[in-house]
Ligand binder design. Sequence first.
Ligand code: PMT
Length: 313
Amino acid sequence: MASEWQCFFDESKKPEHYERTVTYMKEFVDKCMRQDRPIVLVSSGGTTVPLESRTVRFIDNFSVGTRGATSTEYLLQQGYAVIFLHRRGSLEPFKRHFTHTNLLDLLVTDGGTVHVKDEDSDRVRHLLERYVAVTEAGTLLSVAFTSLNEYLYLLMGAAQVLKTYRHQAMFYLAAAVSDFYIPANEMPEHKIQSDGVPLQISLQLVPKMLQPLVTEWSPDAYVVSFKLETDQDLLIPKARKALKRYSHQLVVANILETRKKYVVMVTQESEQIVKMDDEELSRGQEIEAKIVEEVVKRHRMFIEQRQAETVGF
Ligand code: PMT
């Protein structure tokens, strides 16, 4: 009998150009494997849940992709190649630094050449150098999704491609993924009419894709999931429940309001608080630098352990 996750995919439409995107991901992974470079899939931003198949309205969530885009920059600095699976239009590595800036305000001209203003020059040069290094090395592959089923299809495709890279592959699942959806066969084709009648919608549960990820798609990878709650009392118990259910390596637990200054890294055996003090925040430092440093340390240890087991075996 088909499992819940298989039924979900059987009933859901594949994203446009799905096969082509999986081919790009495979070429990217093959190149990184030849270079013996560790690879991480970072998921980032929120998924939409369409209410109509010719979609006018959809349900969305708060995530703007700060965690994923910021972490990607630090992972690249640590020598990883990154498949950046992100919500179309959400924050992206490097570009994110200009989200609140009008590019034209950074520039001056003497009538001929255009320059970056002196006061912004160091900041822009530093960023440009990092961006050019990543572009030349070809270590960042951006893949965009909008809806829940696009996200889940692309996650599955990437995970199946990464399977061959075994423990050198990491998943860093920072996207805010909807737990509820309307199956395609229950969705109206056209725009829902109001006609003066209140709308009632019934949403079905989305199967948790961590389960096939860790058991079938990429069973030897290092998997980091994120857990978001608004009730502090639920945070650690829910993180522990996820670890117990999926037996993956790490849950990064965070509360909506404090997610930029406080997270807890939870494993089967331990809990480690990672936090920022006011001085660090006022200097513009980012908690993702600390999260990534710790995650990379743990992934390296995981690789060493797995390699030692293989040699011993
Ligand atoms: O983007 P920002 O504004 O910076 O915010 C960052 C963040 C708060 C979104 C991020 O830090 C975070 O906590 N992301 C996870 C939020 C979330 O969706 O939690 P969840 O409890 O719904 O899911 C837990 C895990 O299950 C997630 O890793 C998710 O990938 C996975 N999942 C979710 C739904 C689903 N159908 N299958 C899954 O496997």
